[in-house]
Every structure is written in C-alpha cells, then in structure tokens.
Design a protein around this ligand. Structure first.
Ligand code: ATP
Ligand code: MG
Length: 396
C-alpha cells in the first residue's frame, strides 16, 4: 500500500516565465519522469498551472522523496491523498488515511481549509471544513489533536476539483532553482576539493546542464583522487542530471611547465593551460561557459590579480559562483548538498603537488607571457594530445 497516492509539485520561479512557462514546465515534468522511472509507474502531468505526480503502482516513498527533493525547479512537494469517489464519505476516508500516513503522532493543532472548485460537490466549502474538522476530532482528539483557527500547526487543505477530492497538509521543501535543460550547458573544472562541487551545483541549479573536466596527474596523484572526483560528480549528478566528465591526463603538461618556467609562477601558468583545455572541450560540446570554484583571496592563484591573468588565457565566459563566499559559507553549502564528507577525504589533486613555497600573489600579465614563451614549440603538441586522449565518463 502506498503512503500517498499523489504529489502536488510547487514551483515558484517557473511561474514568472510568461509564454515560455510551458517549456519550463514540460522540462520539469520530463526530469521528474526520468528520476522516478526506476521506482515504479507514475503519471506526471500539468494541470491548471500545477504539476501532479500520480502513483500508478507501488513505489518506495522515501526514495521517491529523496529523488524529488533533488530536482531543480521544485520548491515544495505536497503528499496528497485522493478520495476514491466524489462524495463526502469517500473524502472523509481520504482525510483520515492522510493523517495516518503522514503523521506519527497527533498532538497538534489543525484547521481545515476547503476549496470547492467543482460546485457539483453536495456541500459548500464551509460545511466541508466543519464536518471534516468534527470527524478528525472524533478520530484523533483522544491522541491530542485540537483545533486552532488562527495559528494552526497543520493546515489541512482540501480541494474539490474535477471529479476528484484531494487532501494535503504539508510541504516538503525542494531545492528551488530552474529545471536542468532550460539554460544551456557549461563545463565545470571539477577538482576533488570543497569548492568546485558547490560551484557546479550552483550553476546547475539555474537550469544549466553540466559537463566537467578533471586534470589528472598520474603517478603524482593517486587513483583514489580520481575516484574521489567521480564520487563528487556523482553526488552532484543526483541534482544536476548525468554529468559528462572528461579526465584529462595532465602529467606531461605539468612537467613541461615545471621544467621551463619559474617555479613561483607554476600555479598561474598551469591554471591558464587548464582553462585553455577546458575551453577546447567546452566548444566541442557546445557549452556556453566555464565554471570554477574560485573565491577571491582564498589562495595565491585566487587574488584579484591572479584571477585576471588566468581569465585572460581564454576568450570564453568564466563563471565563479562562489567568488564572494567565505570558506566557511562554502563548507556549510557543501554539507547541505552532501559533498562535504567526500571533499575532505585526503587524496591530493595535481595542484598541490607542483606548488611552489612562495608563489606569486600579484602576477603581472607581461611576466607570465614572457615565461610562457619558454613553452612555445613544446606545449602545443602536449595540449592537443591531452584534449584528444581525454577519457569520458558519464556520472549519474
Ligand atoms: P576546490 O576546493 O574546488 O578544489 P581549491 O580551493 O582547492 O578549490 P584551487 O586548487 O586553487 O582551489 O582550484 C581552484 C579551481 O580550479 C577549483 O575550484 C577548480 O574549479 C579548478 N581546479 C583546480 N584543480 C583542478 C583539477 N585538478 N581538475 C579540474 N579543475 C581543477
Ligand atoms: Mg583544489
């Protein structure tokens, strides 16, 4: 027996999209269908400016909630019980069932609020409020249930619409945002740290499909570091949908920079080449921007001067959604979305291996370009090779 027959999906921002609203709603419906598909049979439909998810078979309620609360575009979910017939007795059964299915104890105040959209129902909304209120008290008063019409703990909503009576009372919060697939595609530079998974999540939350690239430096970085990135990408993919991850072998490039450039500039030059490779992969895949987890001042390569010099390596938009966040804020964000525990696993990524003790914090463009001259004739081939041999993994 299913816990509830139906979910009512609340979405806020989509409602402001005017004529495009239906496009957004359809994409949201598609995302919901896809995520629920493995759990059973569901009818997901748009109706009267709302989205309903009706269970047509048995399903795992907790897993359905887990999946639905990770779909961008959903602001809230109301578990709904539906009366079998359009009659008072059937409605009453549905309300009592709703209480049993949704509450473990009944020591709270409530109020009934009925909307009779289909006037064919034999009682008006006030009468339904009163009668259902009385019936609920008969059933649960001994267990502590009581009425409070001013500030009820639980508002029992009844809707009489079409030939159906719906009952719902609570809203399970969703992640908000816009459905993935409504805002193009971006390429995220995904490392094993705390910041870039959060940045990837934040851009996906605005409806952007995400690809990702990870720069791997075997044998300087462990296989476990790559596995950690895959794990992080998979966590983000529970929200963002499947993420196409490129694993780029970066070792030869790093060694080439190490052998030919001043060591205090290594990180900056390495980042510039990372960006160039990311742009190539992004263009191949019709992405509209790069995304990183950089935040002003966090490390030497993230000072205003460094960010400017790194940006100048590409002629492509670079988005840094955590740019103005403190580390602690990013940590809290990552805890909320579930990436933190994986991010703090100890495996090092390629940046930490080749860093200088005293890296430049205020790089000058001219100096960096001068150093990069030493790479001419060597690095181009390595970059081509890195792009061509990048391994693709689909994380989902
Ligand atoms: P994060 O916590 O996201 O790893 P960080 O604070 O460690 O970031 P850096 O190592 O300077 O900062 O990296 C800054 C950004 O560059 C990262 O957020 C990420 O977007 C990108 N980046 C760094 N290393 C890699 C890598 N090995 N592969 C892909 N992207 C990377
Ligand atoms: Mg890092």
């Amino acid at each position: 027996m299913n816990k509830v027959d139906m979910f009512l999906v609340r979405y806020a921002e989509i409602g402001t999209k005017g004529k495009n609203r239906y496009v957004f709603e359809d994409i949201l419906c598609k995302r919901i269908r896809k995520r629920l598909e493995p759990l059973g049979s569901f009818d997901v439909r748009r109706d009267f400016g709302r989205i309903y998810i009706e269970a047509l078979s048995d399903y795992d309620y907790d897993e359905a909630i887990n999946r639905l609360t990770k779909i961008f575009g959903i602001v809230g979910l109301c578990p709904v019980n539906v009366a079998e017939e359009f009659s008072y007795s059937s409605l009453k059964d549905a309300v009592v069932r709703h209480f049993h299915d949704n509450f473990d104890s009944f020591d709270f105040s409530f109020k009934v609020h009925t909307r009779r959209i289909n006037k064919a129902f034999p009682m008006n909304s006030m009468e339904v409020d009163m009668e259902i209120g009385g019936d609920l008290l008969d059933e649960f008063e001994a267990k502590g249930l009581h009425v409070d019409v001013h500030k009820p703990d639980v508002m029992v909503e009844i809707e009489l619409r079409g030939e159906k009576a719906y009952v719902y009372s609570k809203i399970i919060p969703g992640p908000g945002g816009l459905p993935v697939g409504t805002n193009g595609k971006a390429m995220s530079l995904l490392s094993g740290g705390i910041d870039s998974p959060v940045a990837t999540y934040m851009v996906a939350k605005r409806g952007v499909e995400m690809n990702a690239v990870y720069y791997n430096s075997p044998p300087y970085t462990a296989q476990r570091a790559l596995e950690k990135v895959e794990k992080l990408g998979t966590i983000v993919a529970q929200y963002a949908g499947p993420i196409k991850l490129y694993v780029v072998n970066f070792t030869e490039i790093q060694l080439c920079i190490y052998d030919n450039c001043p060591h205090d500039q290594l990180t900056i030059i390495m980042k510039r080449i990372m960006f160039q490779i990311a742009q190539r992969l992004a263009e191949q895949d019709d992405c509209h921007a790069l995304v990183t987890g950089e935040s002003i001042g966090q490390v030497s390569s993230q000072t205003m001067q460094s960010l400017g010099v790194i940006d100048a390596a590409v002629d492509f938009p670079v988005y840094r959604p955590v740019i103005g966040m403190d580390k602690q804020e990013i940590v809290e964000y990552s805890q909320r979305i579930g990436t933190f525990e994986t991010s703090i696993e100890p495996y090092e990524d390629c940046c930490t291996i080749f860093v200088d003790k005293h890296p430049v914090t205020k790089p000058k463009m001219a100096n960096i370009l001068k150093s990069e001259k030493h790479l001419v004739g060597k690095i181009e081939e390595l970059i081509d090779k890195a792009v061509e041999t990048a391994e693709v993994k689909i994380l989902k």
